[in-house]
Design a protein around this ligand. Structure first.
Ligand SMILES: [Zn+2]
Length: 76
């Protein structure tokens, strides 16, 4: 696996939607390549940050309130 490949598939890796074989290629590239390792770690932190900010009562709850408000209005 090359650095370009790592950049292209990093989201699949972090999602856990990468096949086992690809995943081990990915990991072994990170072992050899500090640049990709650092970049992957940064992506992972960003994802965790976003997930914490959005869950569990972020967007969905807000959406529910807006939805019920708009249903109420149209029922009148
Ligand atoms: Zn690399």
């Amino acid at each position: 696996m090359l650095c370009d490949d790592v950049r292209r598939v990093v989201y699949f890796f972090l999602d856990g939607s990468m096949g086992d074989r690809k995943q081990s290629e990915f990991r072994s590239h990170l072992d050899d390549c500090p640049d990709c390792e650092t970049r992957t770690a940064a992506h992972r932190r960003l994802r965790e940050f976003i997930r914490k900010r959005l869950s569990p009562i972020g967007a969905p709850e807000h959406l529910k309130i807006r939805l019920s408000a708009s249903l109420h209005v149209s029922a009148e």
